[in-house]
Every structure is written in structure tokens, then in C-alpha cells.
Design a protein around this ligand. Structure first.
Ligand code: SF4
Ligand code: SF4
Length: 503
């Protein structure tokens, strides 16, 4: 069944100091009930859901409050019971930045029982995928890509389901705790996915620095007794959790640029997604909460919390004992690939896996930035085999063609090059700006190409119109000439006829 060993090797990456033990020493807290929820309609990749409730309406936990706008997008549900207080625009964290989205605001109450749910029954494969969308299930590794859509990508045969429990970001421990406490559910979710995609094998990938999760998953594999699930522990190295990196490490196959893991016979799913799928298949529960790591030196009781989607970050921090001293930074996601936000009045969304608080007193001063010394340190650490120094140079020269050739769009913004750069150049920050500018450049050149094309078509049309008019005029002239010639002949014939008649 398996044509290669379960781990080959990783290319690039760096070893980072771990901060997981700040938050992974406690069980997942499951008694957090916020006083209000700000539930965004745009939590998933793709178009926003449309609110399906009215202000003042009483709603029950698990009830649909946002219907999918399109067939292949996901629904949004109430994560606690309560009354709809408002439907309004609110700042929400999405895809690496804060933007504004329509949100359903719910004032929660104590009747927090989930609306009666039953394990769903499916008529066929399509029915199952539609149900997964209606249950609001998206990838919980951070991208929030609709799970049904990913499971339905069938460009080639799926050989292997890779269950991603690597969790390589130094501060995040939510997947670690989930695997420790819900190993059986995670594996049941994986078996359900395997059935959908027709995979022959599931490989659960966990970094070696999570011995308790490794033990729990290994015991659960034994209990379930499936020969189709294997566990592989991989070296603790950042960024092992990237889809493309995992596929290459496990199979030795490189996912070509612009292609997906399924194109080389693999599908990657996060362990949290497998758990969410199991909750839906076993209990009929939609995706209404997720485990969030609340950590860093700026919070009194760092821990992992099962958070109702839409809970305000400010209330979550309060649940974790509140801020410890003056906080200088609030980072959503990991310290490597996350992003800083300047307010805690934002909601937790399906993609919020971690909140890091950094204390002002302990935040080191930023390093002075020096020019590139061409040491080449950034090259061997790039997991995508890019040339960061050359990309930087092309960006500084605003050479967009060169940026395209150097594969800027392949950069996963992992920050490995930042870590090793002795000149402290914020390479990732520059690459993000470069991507943005390049996109603008592509758009504007597309627009100017389209304008040029329109101009050429117009000129062509006008010149052909002109030629037609010219021809028309010429024909007209000719026909007038012809007709007047005919008239003249006619008149002469008439005249001669009259003369003849007179005689
Ligand atoms: S590591 Fe920094 S200084 Fe060295 S080549 Fe790369 S960008 Fe330049
Ligand atoms: S941030 Fe981009 S260029 Fe730098 S190491 Fe990561 S993938 Fe390579």
C-alpha cells in the first residue's frame, strides 16, 4: 500500500526557542461563556454568509444565523444562546489583517443548551459534502478554507490523508492539547475524511516535542484497531506544519507551483478540523467553537480555552485572569506567521488559533537595520527554495518582472529568512509589500492591456466603418452616375421618339 517511508527529510527551516510550556500545562478550559458574541459573516474563504435572523430574535446555540451566499460556501451558527442585539458592521480579524464585516451581535443568556441535534444521515456523497458546508466546517489550521470544498478536489487519486498535528509555531499548543484530550475523536474524524476522499492511508504527523499527544494518538490508533492509520513523529523544526513542506517530507514529492497537494495524491487536514467533523458526524453539532491558545507574558493565566466563535478577545483575556502589567503587543496567530492587532475589541473567529500578549517591560528594543551584506544565510533556510536576498533586491528596484521570475508568489511568509539575517532586515515585511505592489502592477497592466485592446478594437472598427462608408459613397456615386447616364439615354431616346412622331 505504501510506496515510501513515512518520513524523508525537510528542506530549510530553523530551530526556534519553544514557548509551548507557557500554555500546555493545563487541561482545555471548557467553561468560558462570554456575555456577548460578535459573529462575523465572513469567517471563511469565499463569499460572506447572509444574516438569516432579525434584531430582537431569541436564538438557540447551534442555530443557523448566516446562510451560505453560494452553493459551495459555509453557513454560520450561533455559538451561544441569546437574543440578537444588532446586525451591524464591526472590525474583525481576517486573513492577516483587520477589516470590517457584517456581524450578528448576540447578547448571550444562561440557557446555553445546544439546539436539539441528531447525527446526520446522508443519501449520497454530494449530500455529505453539502451537509459539511451547512455545518460551517472550515479548516481550523488558520486558513479557514471550506472543508467540503477541499475534500471534493478530485484532480487525481488521493493516496494519503495527512493529518497535521505538527503545530510548529513556538507559542501555539491548542492542537497538542486537543490530541491529548480527544485523540479518538480526531482519528474518527480522519477515518470519515478518508472515506470521503477514498484515501488508502492516514498519516498523523506530530512534532517530537509533544510526547503526550504522541502517546495519546498512538494509544487511540491501537484502540481503534485500524491498519489504515499511522503515526509519524517528525523533528521539531519550524515550519514543518506547512502543507507543501509536509507533503514533501512524507512522500518526497514536490507540489508544483500553482498546484495543490491532491495533484501529487495527498490531502492535508488539521487535527482540529478532523475533530470538528467528528462532532458533526457523531452528534450533529455544527462548528460553533474552537480551541484557542491564550499565551505570552502579558496574560495572568495562559492556557487553552474552548472558545465560542464570536467571543470578544477582551472577555477571553479576562477569563484567563486579565492582563499582567502593561501589554505592548497583541498578536493573533503565532509569533512567526501571525499579525499584530491594536485592539482587543475584536471577535475570535474560526481561524483564531492563538492570542499572544507581550509585556511592555519584557519587549526587547527593535534591532537597528543594516544593509544586506550578501552573506547568503537566508538561502539555505528557505523551505520553498527561494533566494530571499535576490527577491529583496528586485523589490528595492521595483523590478516586478524579476519578482515574478524569482517566485515571490511562492513565499509562504514563514519568516525563516528574517530569523537568520545578520543585518536584521525585515525581509517578510518587505516581501508582503512586494506581493501587494506586484498584484497592483499586474492589475494595472491588465487594465492598461485591456484599455489598449479596446483602443485597437475601436480603431479597427472605425477604420472598417470608414472603409465601408467610403465604399458606400463610391457605390452611390457610381449608381448615380449610372442612373443619370441611363436617364440621359432615356431622355435622348424620348427626344428622338418625339422627333420621329412629329415627322
Ligand atoms: S541574510 Fe540578510 S544580509 Fe545575508 S544575504 Fe540574506 S538578506 Fe542579505
Ligand atoms: S519568508 Fe519567504 S523567502 Fe523567507 S524563508 Fe520563508 S518562504 Fe523563504
Amino acid at each position: 500500500m505504501l510506496k515510501y517511508p513515512l518520513f524523508q527529510s525537510f528542506y530549510g527551516g530553523v530551530h526556534l526557542e519553544s514557548h509551548k510550556n507557557t500554555s500546555n500545562h493545563k487541561q482545555i478550559a471548557r467553561d468560558f461563556l462570554p456575555s456577548r458574541l460578535i459573529i462575523p459573516m465572513n469567517q471563511q474563504f469565499g463569499s460572506d454568509a447572509i444574516p438569516s435572523v432579525k434584531v430582537g430574535q431569541l436564538i438557540q446555540k447551534g442555530e443557523v444565523i448566516g446562510k451560505p451566499a453560494e452553493k459551495n460556501t459555509t453557513a454560520v451558527h450561533a455559538s451561544c444562546s441569546g437574543r440578537v442585539g444588532a446586525i451591524e458592521k464591526h472590525p474583525v480579524p481576517t486573513a492577516g489583517k483587520v477589516s470590517t464585516s457584517t456581524c450578528v451581535i448576540i447578547e448571550t443568556n444562561d440557557e446555553n443548551n445546544i439546539a436539539a441535534q441528531k447525527p446526520p444521515l446522508f443519501k449520497n456523497h454530494l449530500d455529505k459534502l453539502t451537509a459539511i458546508n451547512h455545518a460551517g466546517i472550515v479548516g481550523l489550521g488558520g486558513a479557514a478554507f471550506p472543508t467540503a470544498e477541499k475534500l471534493n478536489r478530485k484532480s487525481s487519486h488521493c493516496e494519503m490523508l495527512i493529518l497535521n498535528g505538527a503545530e510548529c509555531e513556538p507559542y501555539i499548543s491548542c492542537d497538542d492539547l486537543l490530541m491529548q484530550e480527544h485523540a479518538t475523536e480526531v482519528l474518527r474524524g480522519a477515518l470519515a475524511m478518508m472515506e470521503i476522499v477514498g484515501a488508502e492511508l492516514t498519516v498523523v504527523v506530530i512534532e517530537k516535542d509533544k510526547p503526550k499527544a504522541i502517546e495519546a494518538i498512538s494509544n487511540a490508533i491501537e484502540t481503534i484497531g485500524s491498519k489504515c492509520i499511522r503515526l509519524t513523529d517528525i523533528p521539531t523544526m519550524y515550519p514543518t506544519g506547512g502543507e507543501r513542506q509536509l507533503v514533501e517530507a512524507l512522500t518526497g514529492k514536490e507540489v508544483p507551483s500553482g498546484k495543490y497537494p491532491i495533484d501529487v495524491g495527498c490531502i492535508c487536514q488539521n487535527v482540529g478540523t478532523a475533530y470538528a467533523l467528528d462532532c458533526f458526524f457523531q452528534l450533529g453539532e455544527p462548528l460553533i467553537n474552537r480551541i484557542v491558545t491564550v499565551t505570552g507574558q502579558g496574560v495572568k493565566n495562559p492556557q487553552n480555552v474552548a472558545v465560542p466563535i464570536g467571543a470578544p478577545i477582551v472577555e477571553l483575556i479576562k477569563f484567563c485572569g486579565g492582563y499582567d502589567g502593561e501589554v505592548s503587543q497583541l498578536i493573533l496567530g503565532g509569533n512567526m506567521m501571525g499579525y499584530t492587532v491594536d485592539t482587543d475589541q475584536l471577535p475570535v473567529t474560526k481561524s483564531t488559533n492563538c492570542i499572544i500578549t507581550t509585556k511592555k517591560a519584557t519587549t526587547p528594543k527593535p534591532f537597528e537595520i543594516w544593509p544586506c551584506i550578501r552573506c547568503g544565510e537566508c538561502i539555505p533556510v528557505c523551505p520553498v527554495r527561494l533566494l530571499p536576498q535576490q527577491i529583496l533586491k528586485a523589490y528595492e528596484n521595483k523590478n516586478f518582472e524579476e519578482l515574478g521570475k524569482l517566485g515571490l508568489s511562492e513565499c509562504i511568509e514563514c519568516g525563516c529568512c528574517d530569523v537568520v539575517c545578520p543585518s536584521h532586515i525585515p525581509l517578510v515585511e518587505n516581501f508582503r509589500k512586494a506581493k501587494h505592489l506586484r498584484m497592483q502592477e499586474i492589475k494595472s497592466s491588465e487594465l492598461s492591456n485591456a484599455a489598449q485592446k479596446r483602443y485597437e478594437l475601436k480603431t479597427q472598427r472605425l477604420s472598417s466603418q470608414h472603409a465601408n462608408t467610403e465604399k458606400l459613397h463610391a457605390d452611390l456615386k457610381e449608381s448615380i452616375k449610372e442612373s443619370s447616364k441611363n436617364d440621359m439615354i432615356k431622355a435622348a431616346v424620348e427626344r428622338s421618339k418625339k422627333r420621329r412622331d412629329k415627322k
